[in-house]
Design a protein around this ligand. Structure first.
Ligand code: ADP
Ligand code: MG
Length: 576
């Protein structure tokens, strides 16, 4: 369990503040995460990493000389939002472009991709490398589906060394990609973990058992077995990893590898050494040459008891990056010369959001949008537990909490924007950013996309008419599908949003007013949500447990229908 916290909701905010204070010689807190204390060289590429909190030293701990230039730090086990990632990237950007590098999780991919698009639109060159080292999470021929775990570290190092040596973005990108091709990790777990303030563990492993291949958020593994001895565990990990050597390695005899033995939280450093002793014998016995091994905590999962072993198969260039000196709070190697660059100043690095003053018409529309968000929040508050229950059937049970947290933040941001006289467009965009920043989870990122799409359609000038609302909802569906890749019938919120959007457009084409078109289109949404109970999930967290969810509607589809109908009531009252 997590023993020490204040308000669990503020856990991450407070840990980031304390972390930055404890390491103020090396890092600086900015909106959305932390950055290196010293500025990058003008014109160079910078490396921006990120992910959920709860995995320290991943990811904020890997910011410093020889490692990342900045890290976006999300909520507990939740991706940072696109806005957070953009803030961190803009704080460190030095003119040579940005490489995003992060572990492969749906929420992170969604948010980093959005951030990449936004930065490109602002003229910043961005490329992304998604780390896929976890051999338990998909077969080799589906490597792109594999999760990213402790193997992120050597990939970060390869990218950072390339960036700091002055290579251009394309080269840095290729080096990081190559590093990802050469790294393999396998993890095991003996217990689950309990998040700050939670009464129950997030997931559990049966007493005396070990889950081989369990993910860092409790994603199910390859198999369960009786807890082995330290030596037996070393054999299991080494044998499985050696059965997946990269195709570039013809013969392990004489091959040079970097090794990471990682504790997921509760396993003690001394236990790790006992395991490493055997790992060392086994690898050396096969003729492998181990270069600068590291044993300790590199990517954790709160108090989860577990271990992972990473093998990094290096060529000469990758080896140079692996042994290079680094000085980050969570990873130290060798001696790093003090950089001669300027220190960052906290005020210059924090990007301020500008509030656009809306026209009178648009401010009036903004007030309706706020009322609609408040109605949605009331409805979701009332259904929070039920949404959590639906999500627990095949997902992770956080849908009610996540939606509630996201909407609460959206309402607060909307109030602030309305008080600052912003128009409906800016209000929706800010509310969307706040939602995805606080909610965590895939649905939070997608709701951020929905509000942002609506905001872009509504703008801050015109009085919204039916055509604008239709355009906003149509864009929202298109963007959700483009970024989230769900098709109709995949058992997601798209199964409600898509038909709603078509019905709304149909009403508009018949000359209906906004309230009439909305009401007519909303009628079928509850049925559409219920109908998802017959579908098999093809995407998202529920996919691996697809069959369990038959008979239960998709939680995201249900909350979508609830929100559409509560917004409809506000629109009818305020716009008729
Ligand atoms: P998470 O799955 O990250 O825990 P939530 O529990 O908040 O996030 O939301 C789950 C819901 O998100 C699902 O019920 C589904 O409706 C929706 N969802 C997940 N992935 C996608 C996707 N790729 N496209 C559209 N909707 C998705
Ligand atoms: Mg969930």
């Amino acid at each position: 369990m997590t023993y020490l916290y204040n308000d669990p909701v503020k856990f991450v905010e407070e840990l980031v503040e304390g972390y930055a204070a404890a390491h103020r010689d090396k890092i600086l807190q900015v909106e959305g995460g932390v950055i290196r204390r010293h500025k990058a060289k003008p014109g160079q590429v910078v490396l921006v990493i990120g992910g959920g909190s709860g995995h320290y030293p991943a990811f904020g701990g890997f910011v410093g000389q020889g490692l990342a230039h900045g890290a976006a730090m999300g909520n507990v086990f939740a991706s940072p939002s696109a806005q957070q990632i953009c803030n961190v990237a803009l704080a460190v950007e030095a003119g040579g472009g940005v490489l995003f590098c992060y572990g492969n999780y749906a929420g992170d991919v969604l948010n980093f991709n959005q951030a990449q698009e936004r930065l490109r639109a602002e003229g910043v060159d961005v490329r992304s490398v998604v780390v896929t080292d976890d051999i338990a999470s998909a077969p080799m021929h589906e490597q792109h589906k594999r999760r990213g775990i402790a193997g992120t570290l050597p990939v970060f190092k390869a990218a950072a060394v390339a960036a700091d040596s002055g290579k251009i973005l394309d080269e840095v990108f290729h080096i990081a990609q190559q590093a990802n091709q050469q790294v393999r990790t396998l993890g095991v777990a003996f217990s689950g973990c309990t998040l700050p303030g939670a009464k129950q563990p997030l997931f559990e492993v049966a007493d005396g058992k070990m889950e081989v291949g369990m993910g860092i958020h409790g994603e199910s593994g390859l198999q369960q077995m009786t807890t082995p001895t330290a030596d037996q565990l070393a054999e299991i990990l080494v044998n499985r990893l050696l059965s997946e050597m990269p195709s570039t390695i013809a013969n392990p005899d004489g091959a040079r590898i970097g090794v990471i033995l990682n504790s997921l939280g509760a396993v003690k450093q001394e236990e790790l050494f006992v395991v490493y002793r055997k790992v060392n014998h086994l690898l050396s016995g096969r003729g492998l040459i181990i270069i600068e091994p590291v044993v300790g905590e590199f990517i954790t999962s709160f108090d989860m008891a577990g271990v992972s072993l990473t093998l990094f198969w290096m060529n000469a260039a990758l080896e140079q990056s692996w042994v290079a000196a680094a000085d980050a709070p969570g990873f130290h190697r060798g001696h790093v010369a003090l950089p001669d660059g300027d220190q960052m100043d906290a005020t210059e690095s924090i990007t301020k959001r500008q509030t656009a003053i809306g026209s009178v018409d648009s401010q009036a529309a903004a007030a309706v949008v706020l009322a609609a968000l408040e109605a949605a929040l009331d409805e979701i508050s009332a259904q929070k537990d039920e949404l959590g229950r639906l999500d627990a059937v095949a997902g992770d049970g956080d849908h009610g909490i996540g939606m509630h947290r996201g909407l609460t933040a959206a309402v607060a941001a909307a109030k602030e924007m309305l008080a600052a006289s912003s128009g409906a467009g800016t209000l929706l965009t800010s509310a969307g950013d706040a939602w995805s920043g606080q909610a965590g989870g895939t649905s939070g990122a997608l709701w951020g996309v929905i509000l942002r799409s609506l905001g872009q359609a509504l703008g801050d000038e015109a009085r919204p008419d039916t055509a604008t609302v239709v355009a906003g909802v149509t864009t929202a569906v298109r963007e959700v599908q483009r970024l989230g890749k769900a098709q109709l019938g995949d058992k997601t919120l798209v199964d409600v949003l898509h038909p709603f959007s078509e019905a709304l457009a149909n009403g508009a084409s018949h000359g209906f007013s906004i309230p009439d078109a909305w009401t007519a289109a909303a009628e079928a949404t509850s049925k559409a949500a219920q109908a998802t109970q017959n579908l098999l999930p093809k995407i998202g967290r529920a996919r691996p447990h697809a069959e369990k969810s038959i008979g239960t509607p998709d939680p995201g589809a249900v909350s979508m229908a609830l929100i559409i109908s509560s917004v409809g009531q506000v629109v009818r009252e305020r716009c008729s």
